[in-house]
Design a protein around this ligand. Structure first.
Ligand code: SF4
Length: 411
């Protein structure tokens, strides 16, 4: 008999439930998998087929998965929810790649194009520093004829203006473009960027790391293998990165499982991922949806399930599961935090990419808003740096030290 779908009410009320009350209603094989992970706090020994069963969980099994992920999060990451004060700088919206899920990019002759020179990027970094940002996240479209050393020159300009600003910049797609523009070997190119101020790399441009799906989403994007090569090489150069997955378009639960296991494998080799960030597809203004090639974004069940599944699969490997709040409304972002996540990402002054695609969560969440949303669900807000190696616990929890140093996980 097919499992029933959960109602919205059930999905919104799962945080009130305890494992002992939901476990008896589960199918025994799914329960067995979850109990193993809860007991060992480690996902390594679970097979792909067992994860696939969890990724397909519905009804009582799904509710139990969410409850288990919340409990495991409490064990592995505690009650603190972290965030970083940062500014997004999208230096140009001109791009020739043509991803069908992207509503941000423009052709070079469209009216509303823009391009920032390195000094203009640096000016935005200075403004961000003056109001408390510790990180700038710099990404953009790929315009034809970009100056070969533009990415290096942006790093130089920002570091010259604000030497202590953390620069989180350039997707693997941009790195591949920089390699093409300069003719340098990948490793040498990454070392040059690192030596000019690149601190960490966004693990974006991953979407779904399966070439058949990628062919539908974007024929000109780097391949799944190229993405992995850029990330592995960056990690080997001491440049850490985030890891991402875009869900809610044409992919299936099997793609989720394969990608999460692939990322877990890379993490076991390099230790270079700081976090995993599930990115919900915003369909509204995209060609992918308008051409009938995708579903209309994720369901509530999918939003919650991907965060919960990630918490379990990454147990013992990647400890930070991030909620990408710009793609979600307030209530949903809080539910995702209760389904296994422990980080809210960045305050992101000036977030353009999701907004162009139709996201309504806004361009900026102030640290005070983050703190309020975190306290509303009974958790403790803490500002972090990009590497999660420093936390500032926010009042009124004055029994905690004002500043707490954690050991960096990656040398
Ligand atoms: S997602 Fe990035 S690479 Fe793709 S079209 Fe948009 S800006 Fe260009």
């Amino acid at each position: 008999m097919p499992a029933r779908s959960c109602t919205r009410e059930e999905l919104e009320q799962f945080p009130e439930l305890e494992w002992n009350s939901v476990a008896p209603r589960m199918q025994s094989d799914v329960r067995c998998t979850i109990e193993h992970v809860l007991e060992k706090q480690e996902g390594a020994a679970v097979t792909r087929e067992q994860w696939l069963n969890l990724a397909n969980a519905e009804g009582d099994d799904l509710i139990a998965l969410l409850v288990a992920a919340n409990a495991l999060r409490a064990e592995l990451a505690g009650n603190i929810v972290t965030y970083v004060v940062n500014r997004n700088i999208n230096f140009t919206n001109v791009c020739f790649i043509g991803c069908k899920f992207c509503a941000f990019s423009r052709g070079p002759r469209e009216e509303d194009t823009y391009f920032l020179r390195p000094e203009e990027v640096a000016t935005k970094a200075v403004e961000a520093w003056q109001i408390g940002a510790t990180e700038v996240c710099i990404q953009g479209g790929l315009p034809r004829g970009l100056a070969p050393y533009y990415y290096r020159d942006v790093l130089r300009a920002v570091k010259a203006a604000v030497p202590t600003m953390h620069i989180h910049a350039f997707s693997p797609m941009e790195i591949v473009y920089g390699v093409e523009l300069t003719g340098m070997p990948l490793r040498d190119y990454l070392l040059m960027l690192r030596d000019n101020g690149l601190d960490t790399l966004p693990g974006t441009a991953a979407e779904i790391l399966d070439d058949e799906v990628r062919h539908v989403l974007s024929r000109n994007k780097l391949s799944a293998n190229d993405w992995q090569e850029v990330i592995r090489t960056a990690h080997s150069c001491g440049i850490r990165s985030t890891s991402t997955l875009m869900y809610g378009h044409t992919e299936t639960p099997a793609h989720w499982v394969d990608q999460i296991l692939m990322l877990r494998g890379i993490q076991n080799e390099t230790g270079g991922f700081t976090e995993f960030v599930p990115l919900g597809f915003i369909h509204t203004n995209t060609i992918l949806f308008q051409q009938g090639l995708s579903r209309p974004g994720p369901t509530l069940a999918e939003h919650l399930k991907i965060h919960a599944l990630a918490r379990l699969v990454f147990a013992g490997s990647i400890n930070n599961i991030q909620v990408s709040w710009v793609k979600l409304d307030r209530k949903l972002s809080q539910l995702c935090l209760q389904a296994g996540a422990n980080d809210y990402g960045g305050t992101l002054m000036e977030e353009n990419i999701s907004r162009e695609a139709g996201a309504t969560a806004g361009q900026y969440t102030s640290p005070e808003d983050f703190q309020a949303m975190i306290r509303e669900i009974g958790r403790i807000p803490a500002e972090r740096n990009t590497n999660y190696s420093r936390l500032k616990i926010k009042a009124p929890f004055e029994s905690f030290p004002a500043e707490q140093l954690l050991e960096p996980e990656f040398a």
